[in-house]
Design a protein around this ligand. Structure first.
Ligand SMILES: [Zn+2]
Length: 178
C-alpha cells in the first residue's frame, strides 16, 4: 500500500484487527521511508444491487429465489443441474454489469426469461406464465402458440399456470385501488 505522505511503496502493516461486527478489517501501516503512519480499511465489496419490486419495495437480490423459480420452470425437462446453475451465474453477472445500485425486479425477470427462451421453450413458458404480466388468457395462448413448434410430445403445459397468473393480476388490481 502506497504511503499517503511520501508515496513510497515501502510500507508495512504493524497492526491488523476486525471491527466489532467483524465486517471491516482495520490495518495500521508504517512507512519505512518517511516513518509516517496511516490506517486502511478493508471490507467485502457489496456487488449485487438491491431489487426494486413492482410495488416499489426494495429487497436484497435473492439468489435462492431465482434458483427455485428456475428449478420449478425446468421440472421434468431434460435440463441438467449445471445448465440451471450456468443461467443463474449468467444472470448474476448481467445484473452486476448494469452497474446500478438498484435494479427493477422486472429486469431480472426478463433476463431469466431470455435465458430460458434459449434453453427450453417449455421451461420458458412455465416461467413466463407466472412472472410475466400477461394481460389476458388470449395473450398467454398466443405466446404459447408462437412457441408451440418447439414443444415436444412431453411438453404438457397445464392450465394451472394460467390460473395462477389470473388470480395474481386480479389481486394486484385490487391493491392499486385506493
Ligand atoms: Zn512515507
Amino acid at each position: 500500500m502506497k504511503c499517503p505522505f511520501c508515496h513510497s511503496i515501502q510500507t508495512r502493516v504493524i497492526d491488523s484487527r476486525l471491527n466489532q461486527t467483524q465486517d471491516i478489517t482495520r490495518r495500521r501501516r508504517h512507512c519505512e521511508i518517511c516513518e509516517g503512519r496511516f490506517t486502511t480499511y478493508e471490507r467485502v465489496e457489496e456487488v449485487m444491487p438491491v431489487v426494486i419490486k413492482k410495488d416499489g419495495r426494495r429487497e436484497a437480490f435473492d439468489r435462492e429465489k431465482i434458483l427455485s423459480g428456475l428449478q420449478k420452470a425446468c421440472q421434468k425437462r431434460e435440463i441438467r443441474v449445471d445448465q440451471i446453475e450456468a443461467i443463474l451465474r449468467q444472470i448474476e453477472r448481467r445484473v452486476q454489469s448494469i452497474g446500478l445500485k438498484e435494479v427493477p425486479a422486472k429486469t431480472v425477470g426478463q433476463m431469466v426469461m431470455a435465458a430460458l427462451h434459449r434453453l427450453d421453450k417449455v421451461a420458458y413458458i412455465r416461467f413466463a406464465s407466472v412472472y410475466r404480466e400477461f394481460r389476458d388468457v388470449q395473450e398467454f395462448v398466443a405466446e404459447l402458440q408462437e412457441n408451440s413448434e418447439s414443444l415436444d410430445t412431453q411438453g404438457n403445459l397445464s392450465f394451472p399456470f394460467v390460473t395462477i397468473e389470473e388470480s395474481r393480476s386480479s389481486s394486484d388490481k385490487k391493491e392499486k385501488q385506493p
